[in-house]
Design a protein around this ligand. Structure first.
Ligand SMILES: [Zn+2]
Ligand SMILES: [Zn+2]
Length: 211
């Protein structure tokens, strides 16, 4: 039996039907139901975007995850995006049949500062690596530390010249421990209490390294 769409009067010989309506009208309905605008939180200093609870590099994959979260219950493909808008293909499964609409959504970039940048600008550090020994070896080691921390999305907060070497203030105790292990360096470690975080004592570690 040939069906006729009550909205546009197409019949079931010229279009697919979903229930009593044709696919064209169903697509219009779906498109109207979907939001026109989505918000992306972005760090104004490093450009990372906030996705699933953390800041990460703005890649197509990260953007896709974020867009997908805005259209819960649908399958979403990110076809492309720019400063102002994104093109998406949104698919709804209606009783076992897929209906896909292409839609342009406005992107609303919310500028903020990520946790890493906030800590960096505040001069935050978790550990001090005290490098002592021959000046050339100390210089080489400082270079290695900077590169290693940068590669692992952490940072050197500041460097101070002291008698017999340098003190390197870094953002992560954990990464410092990894680095020294890789370098096969056995430091002398001391701990300084510097505050409380939710009732727990927080220590800064000092790693004395002789080169
Ligand atoms: Zn129709
Ligand atoms: Zn940042």
């Amino acid at each position: 039996m040939v069906k006729h769409c009550p909205t546009c009067h197409r019949d079931s010989k010229e279009a697919r039907f979903f229930g009593e309506f044709c696919e064209h009208c169903m697509r219009d309905k779906l498109s109207k139901k979907l939001k026109d605008k989505i918000e992306i939180v972005k760090c104004k200093r490093c450009g990372k975007i906030y996705v699933t609870g953390q800041f990460m590099e703005e890649t197509d994959d990260a953007m896709t995850v974020q867009v997908q979260r805005e259209f819960k219950g649908y399958f979403v493909e990110l076809l492309g995006y720019g400063d102002k808008e994104a093109k998406v293909a949104v698919t709804e499964n209606i009783r076992g049949e897929d209906l896909t609409v292409h839609k342009v959504v406005e992107l609303n970039w919310k500028k903020t500062m990520c946790t890493g940048c906030t800590r960096y600008l505040g001069g935050y550090y978790e550990a001090v690596i005290q490098l002592r020994g021959a000046p050339s070896r100390v210089q080489t080691m400082m270079g290695r530390i900077s590169r290693y921390f940068e590669r692992n999305s952490e940072y050197v907060s500041r460097i101070e010249e002291v008698d017999g070497g340098y003190d390197v203030f870094v953002s992560s105790k954990l990464l410092t421990a990894h680095f020294l292990e890789i370098q096969n360096i056995k430091p002398v470690i001391s701990y300084t209490l510097y505050g409380l975080n939710r009732g727990k004592k927080v220590y800064r570690n000092t790693y004395a390294v002789r080169l």
